[in-house]
Write a protein that binds this ligand. Structure first.
Ligand code: ARG
Length: 462
């Protein structure tokens, strides 16, 4: 075998690696996505080796130039990734030999692929967390825009999917704002935990070279170097944290999607979508289906799967590096791609959803949704206990049901059958908008509250 085709570690091996394992064990098709991080980290590592006089300056400079060249080649699509060189690290190192010759041999001093891969991967997860945070920000902005237009839009609020109490459509949307705000915090919190630089722990025990891990850490944009070399090459918590944050965010998106699917269904017809967000049927001409919402809901399964897989790979894995760890990257990349697409679709969905206001109002008024308000009225105006008032209100609901009337269709005389001491003022209690606006406690659905909450959110987002 010519030198050019040899792996860097072939020295002790009597036969070349099995063809099938070469294919299955190579990660290059997945981890080539780390090329920018790999080259960046190699450059910083080389700068440190030069600075600390561990390698000759002239070879170091050649390495830095060569790495830049390789980056350009990859960017232009001119780099041929080779399975026989396993992964991104060895593909780049091999290419460096091709470009600058033996000087390339100085680059891998005082490091191992074990610290190299975690460094690249952490850098990638940091960047990608920021991309997800950006998408979440857009989503939160779009929710606010939609909410602002619907502060006074009354809809039925549900518990158990049964009409419960009138709420503002804006308040309903802003519930999701809160979920996405927590998601954002989750990704931000992860950025704290991931912020230790692995570079320089080498294979597992550290190194005898006089390296400067504080220098590389700082240059790479980490807060500080990791404390324990063994933990450093074994740890994939940051990947798990990322996939967990993705899974929770996907779960929130799936709830929004499912809500929208239900509200858009022919049984409810409370919202509709711009045709952009619908697809037709190949057989039923009348159909308009909410496919994007369904994909958002369904793909949560993919995000859960990735989290589950990485947790399972890590379970019981003895410490330090094992090949098992190599599959962490495809899981995280897929988790990221899936969530990013889901977020993009969700942004579109929010922009293109429209409440059917009349139907919302009518439905808010069915199902006796102001029965609690009436009980509260008796408590506040007539000094009844809530339980006593609840009983009276249930009787009125029974009466209305029997007479096929909504509560706001009852007249004073009918109401007085259940509690004598009442006047016309009581009728306003059964108005759903009044009910909504009476929920003025902090965090409640009144228009006044929702308006000031939107103001606060806008400030936060700025
Ligand atoms: N491609 C490997 C991975 O992703 C890089 C680390 C290889 N280390 C080793 N000791 N074989 O895990």
């Amino acid at each position: 075998m010519t030198n050019k085709n040899k792996t860097v570690w072939s020295g002790r091996f009597k036969s070349p690696i099995s063809k099938s394992f070469q294919r299955i064990g190579a990660s290059i098709n997945v981890d080539k996505r780390l090329y920018e991080q790999d080259i960046f980290a190699s450059k910083i590592h080389t700068q440190m080796l030069i600075k600390n006089k561990i390698i000759p300056v002239k070879d170091g400079k050649k390495i830095l130039k060569g790495l830049e060249k390789i980056k350009k080649q990859i960017k232009k699509g001119k780099f041929v990734f080779k399975e026989k060189f396993e992964d991104i690290h060895l593909n780049i190192e091999k290419k460096l030999f091709e470009i600058i010759g033996v000087s390339a041999g100085y680059m891998h001093t005082a490091r191992s692929r074990n610290d190299q891969v975690v460094t690249d991967f952490k850098l990638w997860v940091k960047d990608s967390s920021l991309i997800i945070i950006d998408e979440l920000n857009d989503l939160m902005k779009n929710i606010i825009k939609k909410a602002e237009k619907n502060i006074g839009t009354v809809m039925p609020g549900f518990t158990h999917l049964k009409n419960a109490q009138p709420i503002s459509f804006a308040h309903y949307l802003l519930a999701y704002y809160e979920m996405f705000k927590r998601d954002k915090s989750r990704f931000f919190n992860n950025l704290e935990l991931i912020d230790d630089s692995p570079l320089g722990v080498a294979a597992l025990s550290g190194t005898s070279y006089k390296i400067d891990r504080h220098f590389t850490s700082k240059k790479l944009g980490f807060k500080k170097p990791t404390n324990n070399s063994i933990d450093t090459v074994s740890d994939r918590d940051f990947a798990i944290d990322f996939l967990y944050a993705c899974a929770v965010c996907a779960m929130h998106l799936s709830r929004l999607a499912e809500d929208f699917i239900i509200l858009n269904s022919d049984a409810y017809k409370l919202i509709s979508f711009n045709d952009k967000m619908l697809t037709g049927s190949s057989i039923m001409p009348q159909k308009k289906n909410p496919d994007p919402a369904e994909l958002i809901r369904g793909r949560t399964g993919i995000n859960y799967g990735k989290l589950n897989s990485i947790l399972t790979i890590m379970k019981g894995l003895p410490i330090s590096y094992f090949k098992d760890l190599q599959d962490d990257k495809s899981l995280v990349f897929d988790g990221f791609d899936t969530l990013k697409d889901t977020l993009i679709m969700s942004n579109e969905l929010i922009k293109n959803v429209y409440p059917n206001k009349t139907r919302m109002l009518n439905m808010a008024n069915t199902g006796y949704t102001t029965a609690t308000d009436f009980a509260d009225y008796l408590v506040k105006e007539k000094n009844l206990s809530f339980r006593a008032a609840y009983k009276i209100s249930s009787k009125i609901v029974n009466y209305a049901e029997k007479n096929k009337k909504n509560l706001d269709e009852l007249n004073l005389n009918e109401i007085k059958k259940f509690y004598k001491d009442l006047d016309l003022k009581v009728l306003k209690i059964f108005n759903v908008k009044n009910s909504m606006n009476s929920k003025n406690s902090f965090g409640g659905t009144s228009e006044k509250n929702v308006k000031s909450m939107i103001k606060r959110y806008k400030k936060e987002l700025r």
